[in-house]
Design a protein around this ligand. Structure first.
Ligand code: PRP
Length: 208
């Protein structure tokens, strides 16, 4: 049996649909329940930011989570497969028309992804003040809390409606299937079996 950590919301829904396609049966959590037991799998419903934690500690054997979150958290898990969905970018945004100038002194950057932000500026040898926020990041430049933001951009609507624009893309993200390192060895057959089945669904979608 494999334990599968899924992030509450759309990704969990989409992943369960992949399992339904593969096994031809219904996979659905009852109302507010956080565990779904089936003969082959135990599904756990967790917060997006907690998926890799469950997998890292082997409370789940496999999980589904965005590459942006994996890069931000840096937990040592196996990245098995790009599910080619949940595609978005992590980008730098500024007030429309403002110049993106890394030579400016005392740059303040607001983000919930402080590690990705830190790495980006360190690689460019630019020292910045990073201000950690937990949401509504787009507000920070508007009221002078920060000069720029590093945030997830999907459609671009949130930035646009708040008078911001992307000045630089840092990375492209999509949803990944991940595995615990020990489970990957100890439950190799089961992990590779579900990997292959999910991969064939993803490949078929890519061709369609
Ligand atoms: C993300 C991100 C932006 C928004 C971008 O937040 O922080 O605010 O989505 O999407 P768009 O480009 O399609 O407008 P999310 O809704 O994931 O909420 P969160 O802040 O709780 O992560």
């Amino acid at each position: 049996m494999l334990t599968v950590a899924l992030p509450k919301g759309r990704i969990a829904q989409e992943t369960l649909e992949i399992f339904e396609r593969i096994f031809g049966e219904d996979f659905a959590f009852d109302d507010r329940k956080l565990i779904l037991d089936t003969p082959k799998f135990r599904f756990l419903l967790v917060r997006n930011q907690d998926v890799a934690t469950y997998v890292f500690h082997q409370a789940a054997d496999i999980g589904v989570v965005g590459l942006d979150t994996l890069e931000e958290q840096g937990l040592d898990v196996v990245r098995l497969l790009d599910l080619k969905r949940g595609i978005c970018k992590v980008s730098i945004g500024m007030k429309k028309g403002e110049k993106f100038d890394l030579n400016k002194p005392e740059i303040k950057v607001a983000s919930k992804m402080v590690n990705i932000t830190k790495r980006y500026f360190e690689e460019r040898a630019v020292s910045v003040d990073i201000i950690k926020l937990y949401g509504s990041i787009e507000l920070a430049p508007l009221i002078g809390l920060a000069d720029m933001i590093v945030d997830v951009v999907e459609t671009g609507t949130t930035m646009k409606q708040n008078g911001l624009e992307v000045v630089e893309d840092i990375m492209t993200s999509s949803t990944y299937l991940i595995a615990n390192k020990n489970s990957y060895v100890a439950k190799k057959d089961e992990v590779l079996d579900i990997y292959k089945k999910i991969n064939s669904v993803v490949q078929a979608e890519q061709k369609a």
